[in-house]
Design a protein around this ligand. Structure first.
Ligand code: DC
Length: 226
C-alpha cells in the first residue's frame, strides 16, 4: 500500500518564517507547497488594477472571472492570475498593504478557501497562511503555529526586501507589520489564531535550519504511525 501523505498546516503572522519553512519541508518530503497568502495578494492585485472602489460588493464582481493558479517552478512557486505570471508583482508593498484588508471580506475568503481545500484534498501538501489549521484544514495531521518578536520579523522582511533591491527603513516595516498583525488577528472572519491542537514554535532565536528540522522531525513522528 502506498504511504499516506499528510497535510501540514503552517500558520503565523507575517515574517514568522512560514514560507521558508513550508517550502523547505515540502521539498524534503516531496510534497506540494501552497502559499495561501499569495492567493490573497493576487486578489488585491486584481482589485488594484480594476479601478473599482474598495468595497466588498464591488470586489465581489471581480471574483467570478478571477482565476488563480499555483504552479511549482524551478525557482519556486509561480502564481498565475488569469494565465499571467504575477509572482513578482504580488510582493510589492502596495499589494501587501491591501492584501490584509481584502482578506477580511467573506466573499473573498469563501472563494479562496474552497480552492485551497481542493488543492489539498489528497494530502501531500504543506500549506501556509493564517487560518489553515483552524478553518481550511482543521483535521490536518500536523499543525505548526510560528511566532517571533516583531523586531525579528521586521529584520527578516527588511533583508528580503533588500535582496530584491527595495530599501525600506526598519521603522516603517515594523509599523506596517504591526498594522497588518492587528488587522489579521482582529477581523471577524477566520482571524489569525493558533488552533488548539497546533504546536507553537517561537522562532525569534532560531535559524531557518532549526525551524525546518523541528517541523521535519514532527512530520517524521506522524508518518511513522500512519
Ligand atoms: O502570508 P502573506 O503575508 O503573503 O499574506 C498576505 C495577507 O493575506 C495577510 O496579511 C493576511 C492574508 N492571509 C489570510 O488572511 N489568510 C491566509 N490563509 C493567508 C493570508
Amino acid at each position: 500500500m502506498a504511504r499516506k501523505e499528510i497535510i501540514i498546516a503552517i500558520d503565523g503572522p507575517a515574517g514568522s518564517g512560514k514560507s521558508t519553512t513550508a517550502r523547505f519541508v515540502a521539498n524534503k518530503l516531496n510534497y506540494i507547497y501552497i502559499d495561501t497568502g499569495a492567493m490573497y495578494r493576487t486578489v488585491a492585485l486584481a482589485w488594484l488594477r480594476s479601478g473599482l472602489n474598495f468595497l466588498e460588493k464591488e470586489i465581489e464582481t471581480l471574483l467570478p472571472n478571477l482565476h488563480i493558479e499555483m504552479q511549482q517552478g524551478e525557482a519556486g512557486q509561480i502564481v498565475l492570475l488569469n494565465g499571467e505570471d504575477v509572482s513578482a508583482e504580488i510582493r510589492k508593498p502596495e499589494v501587501t498593504k491591501y492584501s490584509s484588508s481584502i482578506s477580511a471580506f467573506g466573499s473573498v475568503r469563501e472563494k479562496l478557501v474552497a480552492q485551497q481545500r481542493e488543492m489539498g484534498v489528497n494530502g501531500g501538501v504543506v500549506m501556509d497562511g493564517r487560518d489553515i489549521g483552524t478553518v481550511v484544514f482543521p483535521d490536518a495531521e500536523l499543525k505548526i503555529f510560528l511566532i517571533a518578536s516583531v523586531k525579528t520579523r521586521a529584520e527578516r522582511r527588511q533583508k528580503e526586501l533588500m535582496a530584491k533591491g527595495h530599501d525600506e527603513s526598519l521603522e516603517s516595516i515594523i509599523n506596517a507589520m504591526q498594522e497588518r498583525d492587528k488587522n489579521d488577528s482582529s477581523r471577524e472572519i477566520s482571524p489569525l489564531r493558533k488552533a488548539e491542537d497546533a504546536i507553537e514554535l517561537d522562532t525569534s532565536d532560531m535559524t531557518i535550519e532549526q525551524q525546518c528540522d523541528f517541523v521535519i522531525s514532527k512530520a517524521s513522528e506522524i508518518l511513522k504511525y500512519i
